[in-house]
Design a protein around this ligand. Structure first.
Ligand SMILES: *Cc1c(COP(=O)(O)O)cnc(C)c1O
Length: 404
């Protein structure tokens, strides 16, 4: 297994990102691959038509365009896979990776801290096709070992976990899966191909919400799945047979976003870690869920396997009233409330108790997901602290009020 040092990997990727997935000589010298809009691809001769029919991707727009193939090729190179394919959303990449692998009667094991909509898809759709769906403890590999069987076809991982940020021991989990003959799908959206190399750790299919850091500006939805040589013949038809295809403008925005991925990720990494460190010191904070913090339970594995961290982490506050929480959210000036993440902007999300069936995730107070954008770290820290202060002062003023 090749280990790439953080600095080295980072510098190489920066250079790579400027050059992969484009071919000016093929597009009139234009720096960027233009937007191709098209359904029909015409042939001038019977011979050309017959030649194109040999390879579906050259004969109809539903199978892609020079633009979609440029993004797929660039992404595949970054991840170190055998082939990449685009989907119209991140969730579509997740669900079709599973659909490409399983058949009726198969068993699927999914990490308990998986992205919520994947759990809903597995519970409500896969089960209708008689696929048995089971969940396992994200950080206890003995639980995977106990539940895996001869009919387990797929093991689905996500690291760190959705909302709760547990870091998974990917090499160990992949070894257990492969020993039983199962394929491993991993959601690598959080780390991006820059900070986690899925195929070096045993993953067979990596899925991404390109909507997040690849697009990077909250202005398009797109999914990408990448497979190793073994899984590619299962993954690619799963897009083609279902008629999945991204829109040309969204693909263009994703390829444009990819150019600045390394500089943006560097800033998200630094901002989130600084913010997480400063929040750890605040008296209103119970826990900060960020694997880059040395006291995080996932820190050791994160340090061993990851090359960096993104802007997304969790914050557990000490118990506070709904009124105080409301003050906290409304006092924030730079962090707005919203789904999704990975854009340049900072976000917060009030999280309900995340759905878990195999893990007990006990919360002492409100859980908040934070996305640190690419603003100045000092401004983000100041904003978060003034809003927490305002929430704390409400408690003080209420207590004063009751006293007098
Ligand atoms: C957002 C997200 C998805 C789904 O992406 P969409 O483009 O919103 O469908 C999948 N996995 C993870 C980890 C995500 O954060």
């Amino acid at each position: 297994m090749k280990r790439v040092g953080h600095g080295k990997g980072f510098r190489e990727a920066k250079t790579q990102l400027s050059h992969i997935g484009r071919a000016p000589a093929e597009h009139g010298g234009m720096v960027n691959v233009p937007v191709y809009r098209g359904s029909t691809i015409i042939s001038e001769t019977l011979e050309e038509w017959e030649r194109r029919k040999q390879n579906p991707i050259t004969n109809y727009g539903r199978f892609g365009s020079p633009l979609s193939r440029a993004l797929e090729a660039a992404f595949c190179e970054l991840e170190g896979g055998h082939g990449s394919i685009l989907f119209p959303s991140g969730l579509s990449a997740c669900s079709h990776a599973l659909l490409g692998i399983v058949k009726a009667g198969d068993h699927v094991l999914i990490s308990d801290s998986v992205y919520g909509p994947v759990r809903i898809f597995a519970d409500q759709v896969l089960t209708r096709f008689e696929v048995k769906v089971e969940y396992f403890h994200p950080t206890q590999h003995s639980d995977l070992l106990a539940k895996i069987g001869a009919n387990t076809r797929a093991v689905y991982l996500e690291s760190p976990g959705s909302m709760t940020f547990e870091v998974q021991d990917l090499p160990t989990l992949c070894a257990i899966a492969h020993h039983s003959g199962a394929l491993v799908i991993m959601d690598n959206t959080w780390a991006t191909p820059l900070y986690f190399k899925p195929f070096e750790h045993g993953v067979d299919i990596s899925v991404h919400a390109a909507t997040k850091y690849i697009v990077g500006h909250s202005d398009a939805l797109l999914g990408i799945a990448t497979a190793n040589e073994q899984a590619w013949p299962l993954l690619q038809p799963s897009a083609h047979h279902f008629g999945e295809i991204g829109g040309p403008d969204d693909i263009y925005l994703a390829l444009r976003g990819l150019r600045t991925l390394a500089v943006r990720m560097g800033q998200h990494y630094e901002n989130a870690l600084k913010l997480a460190q400063s929040l750890q010191q605040h008296p209103a904070v119970d826990r900060v869920l960020h694997p880059g913090l040395p006291n995080d339970p996932g820190h050791k594995i994160w340090k061993r396997d990851f090359l960096g961290a993104s802007g997304l982490f969790g914050l557990v506050l000490k118990p506070m009233s709904k009124a105080q929480l409301s003050v906290f959210f409304s006092q924030l000036r730079l962090f707005k409330i919203g789904w999704s993440w990975g854009g340049y902007e900072s976000l917060v999300l009030p999280v309900e108790q995340p759905k878990r069936t195999e893990t007990i995730f006990s919360l002492n107070g409100p859980l908040i997901r934070i996305h640190a954008g690419i603003e100045a770290a000092s401004d983000l820290i100041a904003d978060m602290h003034q809003a927490l202060q305002a929430a704390c002062e409400l408690r003080v003023s209420r207590a004063d009020h009751e006293h007098h």
